[in-house]
Design a binder for this molecule. Structure first.
Ligand SMILES: Nc1nc2c(ncn2[C@@H]2O[C@H](COP(=O)(O)OP(=O)(O)OP(=O)(O)O)[C@@H](O)[C@H]2O)c(=O)[nH]1
Ligand SMILES: [Mg+2]
Length: 313
């Protein structure tokens, strides 16, 4: 089996819960031989909403199927599924999904998100990817000085991955950690600095101010930095996560999303909601808890993985 086919299988496995809702859950849904009728259309619309694709998308897709069916261009469920795939892939903006690296000097990636979203784990995955697949030297900055054990959690990852870390004590000023990390990266010729941040402070406003402060310090130390501000969203929170994202995008200029925990949810359709409601590209998806469980996001591959499960070829 080719590397591509193997990793596609892994992605299919990770998206199984969403795929189950969308197609194989009711084994009678997209099976050959099932004819399109109003009951079928209602059933798929309901499933798309359950998978957190958003009402608008669900109506748009079902509307497209209904139109073609009425015109006699399609008749059965398998043909309908092709329309679903086509519609899900339509209107993706041309977006930059690769990490933007500095043209010279260290690239700084700041990572933000609400508590428990998956920031620290996603940082470990990203660091591992950059180190092992792109051959970059990476430095982690333990900027979550608020939560007890947060520094320790990132330290454990750094040891496990063999990646350097800059840290201060719990309770220290995270902007000072970011400052030191930038200086260390310049002095040591490090390629990429990844800055972890707190997910929660005493108040939301306080957190946003702190993120802005970290951002400002980074911008002063390294020209053009931060090159990326990645917001980690927890896919299991579905549409609520999208709503939360807006407070972060208002506070710090988020350049990309990392959608974590897609493996643990049936709400994978949320990528469609993200496309519609946030004009920020999903750059990476998290599909498990190990450092290898990260993928660059690609809409075509995502839709293929969702709709090829168990489908007769
Ligand atoms: N299944 C699965 N679990 C994940 C994924 N990403 C993160 N997790 C788990 O989610 C939990 C929270 O992840 P963290 O990385 O600690 O989240 P965080 O945003 O840093 O949390 P705080 O530091 O408390 O704000 C951990 O148990 C992770 O193992 C993923 O892609 N899939
Ligand atoms: Mg964390």
């Amino acid at each position: 089996m080719s590397f591509f086919a193997k990793t596609l299988d892994r992605l299919k496995g990770a998206l199984k819960k969403t795929a189950d809702v969308l197609n194989t859950d009711v084994r009678t849904l997209f099976v050959p031989g099932r004819q399109i009728d109003e009951a079928f259309l209602n059933e798929i619309e309901e499933k798309f909403i359950r998978a957190d694709m958003g009402v608008k998308n669900a109506e748009m897709i079902v509307g497209a199927i209904r139109d073609r069916w009425r015109l006699g261009r399609i008749r059965n469920a398998v043909e309908a599924r092709e329309v679903v795939k086509e519609m899900m892939l339509r209107d993706w903006p041309v977006e930059e999904r690769e990490i933007r690296f500095a043209s010279s000097g260290p690239t700084v990636i700041m990572v933000a998100g609400v508590n428990g979203a998956g920031k620290t784990t996603s940082i470990a995955k990203l660091a591992n990817l950059l180190k092992n697949r792109s051959g970059k030297s990476v430095l982690l900055a333990a900027g979550d000085t608020f939560r007890a054990a947060a520094v320790e959690q990132l330290t454990i990852w750094s040891q496990r991955l063999g990646i350097e870390i800059v840290k201060h004590k719990q309770g220290a000023d995270p902007a000072a950690v970011a400052f030191d990390a930038c200086e260390a990266a310049k002095a040591r010729g490090i390629d990429v600095v990844i800055v972890d941040t707190a997910g929660r402070l005493h108040t939301q406003a306080h957190l946003m101010r702190e993120l802005q402060k970290i951002r400002d310090v980074i911008a002063k130390r390294i020209e053009g930095a931060p090159h990326e501000v990645l917001l980690v969203l927890d896919a299991t929170t579905g549409q609520n996560g999208v709503r939360q994202a807006k407070s972060f995008t208002d506070a710090v200029q988020v350049t990309g999303l990392m959608l974590a925990k897609l493996d643990g949810t049936a709400k994978g359709g949320v990528v469609m909601t993200i496309k519609d409601e946030l004009s920020i590209p999903v750059k990476f998806i998290g599909i498990g808890e190990t450092p290898d469980d990260i993928e660059s996001f690609d809409p075509k591959r995502f839709v293929d993985a969702l709709f090829q499960d168990d489908s007769p070829k």
